[in-house]
Each structure stands twice: as C-alpha cells, then as structure tokens.
Design a protein. Sequence first.
Length: 337
Amino acid sequence: MKKGHEVSLLGTEDSLIPGVSTISVIEKSWVDSEPVENEFLKQTSSLARLAHKLIDIQNKFDIIHSHTYPDFFPSILENDLKIPMVTTLHATYDDYMDETLALFPKTHFVALSKGYQRLYKKANIEFVIYNSVDTDLYEFSKEKEDYLFWLGRLPKGKDSKGNFIDPKGVRNAISLAQLSGLKLKLYGACEDREFFERDVKPHLNDKIQWIGDVSSEQSLPVKKIIELMQHAKAIIMSINQEEPFGLVMAEAGSCGTPVIAFNRGSVTEIIVDGKTGFVVDPKEGVKGLNAAVKKISQIDPEYCRVHIEKNFGLQKMVDNYEKIYFQLTHSNGSSQK
C-alpha cells in the first residue's frame, strides 16, 4: 500500500489495516465467534465461502495473494480464476503436501526458503521469497545476560507410541541446559497441556524456567518476548523438523543475538555459521549444541544485526513480492494497480 498499490483484504468484517479496504467473508474470527457443536464444519464452511468470494470479486483486481490456512484451500477453484493467484506456503513439508499441491498447477506457489522448495518433488514451487523481520520493532541490544532462550510450540500431535511429536525440539533444549549447566528460559504456545505436564514441567527448576502462562494463545506481550531475545546469550533452535523458514532466527539476529541451530530446512540460509551463530549437524545431537554454546562469545552481536538488515528487512521482502506481481500480471496481460 505504501508503494502506491490499491490493496484489499479478504477476511473477517472486523479486520482493520489503515488504508486497506476490508472485504468481509464472515463477521469475526473463529476464535472470537460463538462456539458451535462442530468447529471443523464451521471453519471449512468459512473457507469454502472465502474461495467462492474470490471468484465473485476477481474482476476488480489484478492479482490475488493468498495466505490462507490450509495453504492450498483456495486453489480448489483455481480453474475458475481469470487472474493470477500467488500462494505463500507456511505449512511444514510432508509427502501429503507434495501430493496435494501438485494437483494445482495454475497456482503460483512461493516457498519461504530454498531448503523448503527442494523438498517438493511433484509440486511446482515456482518462487522463493524469504520472510522478513521488522528491524525497528526488534531493536538491537549489545547487552547480553547469562541465559539461553528457546521460543517454540508444543503441538498436540502424537506418534504411534503415544509420545508427543516435538518438531520444535523443546526436549533437546532442556537436555542442553542440563548438560551445559546454563540457565534456560522457555516460552511458546502449548496446544496440549499434557505435553507440558509430561515433558517440560518435571524439568523446571531455578535454572530451567517457563516464562508466562501455559496456554495455546500468546500470553506474553510482544515487547516482553523481544526483551528476552535481546538479552539472551543465544537463541536455541533445537528443531527436529525441516524448518520452512524459522522467523525466530531472523528476529534474534535483528536483536543482535546469535542463534545455535540444528542444520535442518532453512537454517543455513539464515545463519552464517561462525558469524551470526552456529549450525550443528543433527547427528551430533545435544553434545553438538553444547560445543557451539561454548564458542558463543566469538559471535559479534553487531554483525548479527547487519546481516538481518541486509538480507531480511521488510523492504526487501516487499520488493521481491512486487517483482512477482509485476511478472505475473504482465504475462497475464492485466493492468497494474
């Protein structure tokens, strides 16, 4: 919008972005609406209405940019679209995602990293555009304290043995704190309280602390999360999944805080090993993370900040998406608003 484009948001009636017009699909978000007997049906019906609304309004626009969840949902009507649709993929890769996205050749899919793009063997993921971080919000701080910080999610999914799947690696972070003897501060969304009670709470003590409420919603103010990032000795990305992007890494770097991460997914595209943090081979496990922690004083906080400003600033992301918009609308013969 600030670059002179006319932008409309297709979403809930109570959505508000100054200068952007809102096109209503439903009155308010699922979280804020009255509960019903079958939430799944309510949510999918809302998505179906959204997809059909696209067809109704498309003649007023040059391009559609979808951030819908599930990522592929609007593509079920791609054959009825006369204008290009760009879909940014936020979901973690799985074989079923590859199979499903391959069904929609007319949708222009965007991956958040090259590592994520490479995972797809059947679907055509045309573009790669990195996420960005608001460097004005995630301010630089050179002053660090003697604690590690883990920010992630405790999902409700379980494996065949009934153990909670741990894609963000909270168990690894706890093991690292126990091995290193360093303080560890943990925070994130807890989708299933049992996960916290079984795998996190028994390990909490004076050195390993859960900050804020244990909730599926974000209980800490953003300002508090930023403060925790700014003053941490390091951010721990002890992930067990192929990370699509990992915004935490960019946010940490913007604060001048190094990141120690397992080499999965996008990690090597965001972290400069030995300069903005350390990339650890997952085969080295927690011992590898601990060896990296011991070298953390080698990292220059100011370099961390400069690296993020140069490569993951807001303006760079906006410019890259704008290039795609122009490319697709030009090839489609549309005007450019």
